[in-house]
Design a binder for this molecule. Structure first.
Ligand SMILES: C[S@@+](CC[C@H](N)C(=O)[O-])C[C@H]1O[C@@H](n2cnc3c(N)ncnc32)[C@H](O)[C@@H]1O
Length: 381
C-alpha cells in the first residue's frame, strides 16, 4: 500500500494523483491522506516527479525500526512522525531509543522537541535517501509503520517562483496549478489559446512535453510568450520537437491554423479572467460588467470548437469573485458549458463531494479577490 500526504488544498491533490495513477484502487482518503493499493514502489517512483500537489509518499512496511537499524553500519539516525492520533510521540521516541539500545544499536532521533518534522528538515537531513523517515498511523491500538520513499523538492519550487519575471498583481497562474491542470489533461501536445506569458507551456516543458502551441489576441503577448518559451528551452538545453504560435482572437478558435494543422490533444489554458480587482475598486456592478464581456468570448469559443468538432480535452479555469466575504460564482458560464460541453469526471463515484455541484475544483489564494474554478471538459458530440 502507498500513502500520499496531501497539501492543504487536498481536493486538488487527490484529483492530480488519480489523474496520474488512474488504475489504482483507493483504500482510504481524508483531507490529509490518500492511500492506494495494488501498485508497486517502482511504479510510484517512476511517476512521482510529476505530482506537484503531494507532500510526500510512503509505503507500508511490516518490519519494526529495530530490524532496519540492525542492518545499518553507522550510527542509526532516524525520525518518527505520528498521524491521526494524539499518541505521545515523546514516549514512542524514548521507547524506541531504549529498544535500540537494548539491541546494542547506537542511534539518534532527529525530532526536535518531540514534534513532527517539516519537509525542509527531512530533505536537509537526507532521511529519504537513508530510508529512515518513519510515519506511524494508529488505528485504535494497532500501529502501522510507513516509510517515506519520496518527498517533494520544495527548494526547486521556491526558486522557480522567485526566478519568474511576473507580477503578482496580475494574479499570475501559480506553477503548481498549471502542473495540476496539465496532469488532468492527459496531455501529449498542448495548446494554450490565451497564452499571456506562456506559464502553462513552460511548466509543460518542465514536465517533458516537447510540443507546444499557443495563440493570444495581443500581439505583444504572442511576442513575449515566444521569447519566454524559446529562451526557457534554450537555457535549459531542451530541444522542442515542434512549436507554433499565432495571433488569434480565441472567439474565432475555429480559424486557428494550429488546430487545423497539428494534432492537438489538449487545450490547457487559464482563460482571460478579466480585470484585476482590489478591495478599493471591487463592486457587484463591476463584476457583472466583467462577466458580460467575458461571456462574449467564452460563448463563441465553445460554439466554434463545436463547429470544428474538437474532440479532445479542455482543461480551463474560469474566474469567480469574493465580495464582502461572499463568493460570486460565474453561474452564467455554467449555462454555456452545459450547452456545448460534457463536464469530465475528476473522481470515481465513491469520492463524494470532492468537486463542486458543477463538477469543478476551486483554487483560492489569500489576498486575491478574483479566484479560479477549474473544469475538465469535452465538447458534446
Ligand atoms: C490572464 S492571461 C492568461 C494567463 C496565461 N495562461 C498564463 O498563465 O501565463 C490572459 C491572456 O488572455 C489574452 N486574451 C484576452 N482576450 C483574449 C481573446 N479574446 N482571445 C485571445 N486571447 C485573449 C490576453 O491578451 C492575455 O494574454
Amino acid at each position: 500500500m502507498i500513502w500520499f500526504a496531501l497539501w492543504r488544498e487536498y481536493k486538488l491533490s487527490i484529483a492530480e494523483i488519480l489523474a496520474v495513477f488512474p488504475e489504482w484502487k483507493t483504500v482510504y482518503f481524508s483531507k490529509d491522506i490518500l492511500i492506494l493499493d495494488s501498485l508497486s514502489k517502482d511504479e510510484v517512483l517512476k511517476k512521482a516527479s510529476s505530482l506537484w500537489w503531494t507532500i510526500k509518499i510512503m509505503e507500508i512496511i511490516s518490519s519494526e525500526i529495530v530490524q532496519d537499524a540492525l542492518n545499518t553500519e553507522w550510527k542509526f539516525k532516524y525520525w518518527i512522525s505520528i498521524f491521526w492520533d494524539k499518541k505521545n510521540l515523546k514516549e514512542i521516541l524514548n521507547t524506541t531509543k531504549k529498544i535500540l539500545k537494548e539491541n546494542d544499536i547506537s542511534s539518534r532521533f532527529i525530532n526536535k522537541d518531540f514534534k513532527n518534522l517539516s519537509s525542509a528538515q527531512i530533505i536537509w537531513e537526507k532521511l529519504v535517501q537513508s530510508s529512515t523517515d518513519y510515519n506511524y498511523i494508529f488505528d485504535f491500538e494497532t500501529k502501522y509503520i510507513w516509510k517515506t520513499i519520496w518527498i517533494q523538492d520544495i527548494y526547486s519550487y521556491s526558486k522557480r517562483d522567485f526566478n519568474k519575471d511576473r507580477d503578482m498583481q496580475t494574479g499570475m497562474l501559480p506553477p503548481k496549478l498549471c502542473q495540476m491542470m496539465i496532469n488532468l489533461s492527459w496531455w501529449k501536445t498542448i495548446y494554450d489559446p490565451f497564452v499571456w506569458l506562456g506559464t502553462i507551456l513552460i511548466e509543460s516543458i518542465l514536465m517533458w512535453n516537447k510540443k507546444v502551441y499557443w495563440s493570444d489576441l495581443n500581439e505583444k503577448m504572442v511576442e513575449n510568450s515566444q521569447n519566454n518559451i524559446l529562451n526557457f528551452s534554450k537555457t535549459n538545453n531542451i530541444v522542442l520537437d515542434d512549436y507554433e504560435f499565432i495571433k488569434l482572437n480565441a472567439k474565432f478558435i475555429n480559424e486557428s491554423t494550429i488546430l487545423q494543422d497539428k494534432e492537438i490533444d489538449s487545450i490547457v489554458s487559464e482563460w482571460y479572467l478579466g480585470e484585476i480587482m482590489t478591495q478599493k475598486n471591487i463592486s457587484l456592478e463591476r463584476i457583472e460588467k466583467q462577466k458580460e464581456s467575458l461571456l462574449s468570448i467564452y460563448d463563441k469559443f465553445f460554439l466554434n470548437l463545436k463547429n470544428i468538432d474538437y474532440k479532445w480535452n479542455i482543461v480551463i479555469c474560469f474566474p469567480f469573485w469574493e465580495l464582502n466575504s461572499k463568493y460570486i460564482y460565474f453561474e452564467e458560464v455554467y449555462k454555456i458549458i452545459n450547452e456545448f460541453c460534457n463536464v469530465e469526471k475528476l473522481f470515481p463515484d465513491d469520492f463524494e463531494n470532492l468537486t463542486t455541484k458543477a463538477g469543478s475544483l476551486l483554487y483560492k489564494r489569500e489576498k486575491q479577490l478574483v479566484w479560479r474554478e477549474i473544469f475538465k471538459l469535452k465538447i458534446k458530440t
